[in-house]
Design a protein. Sequence first.
Lengths: 378, 306
Amino acid sequence: MKKLIAASLFALSASVAGNAFAEPVKIGMITTLSGGGAGLGIDARDGFMLAIEQSGNKDIEIITEDDARKPELAVQIADKMIQSDKVDLMTGIIWSNLAMAVVPSATAQDVIYLSVNAGPSALAGAGCSPNYFNVAYQNDNFHEAMGEAANKDFKKTFIMAPNYPAGKDSLTGFKRFYKGELAGEVYTKLGQTDYAAEIAQIRASDADSVFIFLPGGMGVAFTKQYAQSGVDLPLMGPAFSFSQDVLPAIGDAALGVKNSASWAYDLDNEANKTFVEGFKEAYGRLPSVYAAQAYDTANLILSAAGKASVKDKDAFRAALKEADFDSVRGKFSFNSNNHPIQDFYVREVVKDGDTLTNKIVSTAFTDHQDAYAAECKM
Amino acid sequence: MSLTLFIEQILNGLQFGVMLFLMAAGLTLIFGVMGLINLAHGSLFMVGAFACATVAAATGSFWLGLVASLAAAAAAGALVEILVIRRLYERDHLDQVLATFALILIFSEGTRWVFGSFPLYLDIPQLLSGAVHLPGGAQYPIYRLAVIGVGIAVAIGLYLLIGKTRLGMRIRAGESDREMIGALGIDIGTLYTLVFALGAALAGLAGAMVGALQSVQVGMGEPVLILAFVVIVIGGIGSIKGALIGSILVGLTETLGRFLLPHFFGLFMPNSEAATIGAALASMLIYIVMALILAFRPQGLFAANA
């Protein structure tokens, strides 16, 4: 009898504590908070923190450090976090080149890494790892979705991306699903800000549409110059060039541009409503796709930590893989290579009152998986 | 490839060149007169762009923004000269590089602190929007033509200022012998502050004009700064004429290289590979040109103090 009372008391106390975890979780977040592209990292951090705050959980400790978009700095921070801070999980990296510098060595040291954005193909195929979970996408996905969607309206597209690994992944992804002809294929310098020469080539080509992958400031510069040039071919691209972080800087020049993503603020589900309202209230601006992905990452971690101790790596990995959380993207599950299977949408830049934002206009893919999953052996 | 496309690309190269000239002119003046390497010149470019974007957003007028960019950059330049740079003239170049690099960090973080990390909005004025038809059927944005016009006007203005006025005479004297003009009773401190503010104002003007084309964000000045250094090395350090010729050379090489090299490789290899190799080579091209010029003329094309 005494035992029974003790047991029920214990059960009661556990249920009162509610969301206390079996073991406190220590998370190391490396993201870009200064220099070019800081807007992306700040959005990711804010989205992540919002989910943790909304959960009210006190058993999570987050160490945030700025990588300034420099791979060598990211590697140093990662070493420090693993060796002296002894973090259980790592997350936060925005850029693929930084992810390639940090993730393989972190996962080899048995630290679980959850990606909020970067999804290089090298980590999705042969280089996959049981300790690496990508909660965002595989790099090619957004571009594949736009290639698929372009088939409907266009026959001859001019395509352009910066000359670096993610830029090549981008055009490869677009071409994988696009069936029309290419009016031109141009690689620009990474960080280029003047596109007059490229716009002149677009004007001189016989293209019926233009696809660009130019994230951050590059996209702002291109879209403004494109609108000023008087070329009026339809413009499309992945969400990166037309996300909430850059739209105010592009201004009306972005109106009507089609772009592909796994998320938009008007996606109709409960989790998304809570997220968008909470984000607006906490930070006074609309969230971007980076914030949405980071918010999902935090909720995934919370869901897994509620099921298993983070010290028991096998159980924790299994709990992560279940993806038992309410994603702001609606349906969400992990493929065999720990990359998402999810829907992709085509969005259009519209004006909602005075604010420029994206609205979903169609679905490009349902339950789409990446092209590299078959190469992953684990 | 048609003739009109070629003409358009040459205009693009010219426009890029005169924009670089506005940066390089200030940089080369400061180096020529004061012997100072100013890495923070790109920050003054950024100050101009942010001042223009802020004032344009508050008043709705790009033109007021342009005036504000000149004033803000000149003020920032004068302030920096009086507070920091003045202590560095007697030091060697390493100290100057370190101190002005610190200024870059201070300006960048300060700007982020005030304006945040997201790019600001700045559009071209209504008056200059749209494109004009050029003879031969080519079309060209009016704003870019205006930028070329401003660049040429500044070049003529600087030529007159330095060649025909008393201030210009002092600047030239300062370039050839700093101690002597001090000994002749000219207030060298004020002259330095003036020259520094003038260079800063030109950088600010460039920042504002380019900001309307590109994105106004923290760190926008540094890529331009690197090219401006290439320009003054090619043109000859301290020479305004060298800065002008060097800018146009770099502008044309960069633009035409980007445009022609992929076409050239496309003649004998598949398009996708040609685009990659052409783009890679095009981004090296100006540095190859710089290396060649330095090999034959180590002082640059028009060295002032050679």
